[in-house]
Design a protein around this ligand. Structure first.
Ligand SMILES: Cc1cc2nc3c(=O)[nH]c(=O)nc-3n(C[C@H](O)[C@H](O)[C@H](O)COP(=O)(O)OP(=O)(O)OC[C@H]3O[C@@H](n4cnc5c(N)ncnc54)[C@H](O)[C@@H]3O)c2cc1C
Length: 394
């Protein structure tokens, strides 16, 4: 890996491939390229002003047994808890595990692996414009590229909301250290609906790292946002209610927003540019998860290009129409009747095995499994949503 800055004097201006953004999707793509011999003689440029030397996200995902990123995993859980005012469930995840990766470990691991690939050149700068296959950077250089993978987000939330139901997954979390051991470290909390914010679909998500350390995160699935002070109030009240016997200190924080939408991001693709990551619609609309999909989609792109011998439209991962439809129904309910989300998740986790839920969210279920799963959910909100989805534009 070579780092080039705006002062680089030996900068060639043609690359076979360019990756804009070395975040989650860009790194998945670059790792897949680096593992495929087809790309070993291709000139690849990476553009990102961010050196990826910060721990800015906590990535979690489920998978069966061992996986490609196990070297970066900092914690694995085999049990998940679900709480609501009526329910307290403990799901054994077998055959899945729920894994946590600190983003800095992921970035460092990938950058170290990519370092030895001399055909990959890194530019610490922003891309400001693309014109067909010409790419222009903030430091006033321009490059000609065979094909560009672009993780810059093209659409504003207003543009998305004009055409499709947009729900925002907004969250703020605290990494806390308690004085006394209070956490059961073998179990993470998937959703705790016992204290939602003003009757909205909002819950606590908790990842215990040890008996005295956890990330607790208040999350909303709502079309609206709430103030930071309200997040803090929710977090404070959760910790004081459930762990009243101990003092705690906040060691770090995490916050973010993930758009939950079936907006067809792939329409921004051109023969020269493939959008990737959040910008390419790689986030699962009904959950906000993107880590494993990015791995799968990156693999699809790279293996298709290597088989065909060049970039081809069939390299673009096409989301399943059937699962987009299911996602659209849930998003419609969350947008138009937000408080109903709680009872839907309650019924889902009460009546369905978690391995089937994970399989469904991974879009690997058969239509019969989907009918069985959906038939256990409250019918009225979904019927109303069906009518809205069919008879209105949004
Ligand atoms: C706090 C947080 C926690 C999350 N946790 C999870 C989780 O547990 N599990 C999960 O599956 N998903 C999670 N997600 C969702 C999703 O996985 C992440 O948002 C993921 O980072 C999206 O990948 P991306 O490549 O699209 O964007 P990013 O990872 O944000 O990468 C985009 C990159 O593009 C660069 N860039 C931007 N503009 C330019 C430009 N003009 N020129 C060049 N480079 C540019 C940025 O510097 C950045 O490095 C989380 C999201 C957030 C915000």
């Amino acid at each position: 890996m070579q780092i080039a800055t705006s002062n680089s004097s030996t900068k060639p201006n043609y690359f076979d491939y360019a990756v804009i953004g070395s975040g989650l999707a860009g790194l998945h793509l670059l790792m897949a390229m680096s593992e495929n011999p087809f790309f070993s003689d291709k000139k690849i440029a990476v553009f990102d002003p961010n050196l990826k030397d910060n721990n800015d996200k906590t990535f979690c995902f489920w998978e069966k047994s061992s996986g490609k990123w196990d070297n970066c995993v900092s914690k694995t859980w085999e049990e998940a808890a679900f709480y609501s005012k009526q329910l307290k469930l403990n799901h054994k995840l077998n055959p899945y595990s729920y894994k946590k990766i600190n983003s800095l470990d992921f970035y460092t691991y990938c950058l170290k692996k990519l370092e030895s690939h001399k055909n990959i050149k890194w530019f610490v700068t922003s891309v400001i414009k693309i014109d067909q296959n010409k790419l222009f950077t903030k430091d006033q250089n321009n490059y000609e590229i065979g094909h560009i993978f672009d993780s810059r987000i093209t659409y504003s939330t207003n543009q998305i909301a004009e055409k499709h139901s947009l729900v925002i997954q907004s969250f703020q979390g605290w990494f806390i250290k308690t004085e006394k051991p209070v956490f059961y470290e073998n179990q993470f909390t998937m959703m705790d609906f016992r204290n939602p914010h003003k009757n909205s679909t909002s819950f606590m998500y908790a990842l215990p790292q040890s008996p005295t350390e956890a990330l607790v995160e208040f999350t909303l699935f709502t079309p609206w946002r709430i103030a930071t002070s309200e997040f803090e109030q929710q977090l404070n009240s959760y910790i004081n209610t459930h762990f009243p016997t101990t003092n705690y200190e906040i060691r770090a924080t995490e916050s973010g927003e993930i758009p939950m939408t079936i907006f067809p991001f792939e329409k921004a693709n051109t023969p020269w540019v493939t959008k990737i990551g959040t910008a390419g619609g790689w986030v699962k609309a009904s959950t906000g998860y993107c880590f494993k999909r990015s791995e799968r989609y990156a693999q699809h792109i790279i293996s298709t290009i290597s088989k065909v011998g060049k970039w081809t439209p069939s390299a673009i991962p096409i989301p399943s129409t059937r699962f987009r439809f299911y996602d659209s129904l849930l998003l419609d309910i969350l947008k138009n009747n937000n408080s109903k989300g709680i009872v839907i998740f309650e019924q889902l986790y009460k009546k369905t095995d978690i391995d089937l839920i994970f399989k469904f969210l991974d879009e690997e279920t058969s239509i019969f499994e989907e009918i069985a799963l959906i038939s256990k959910l409250p019918a009225i909100p979904f019927l109303k949503s069906l009518l809205r989805v069919f008879f209105t534009k949004k």
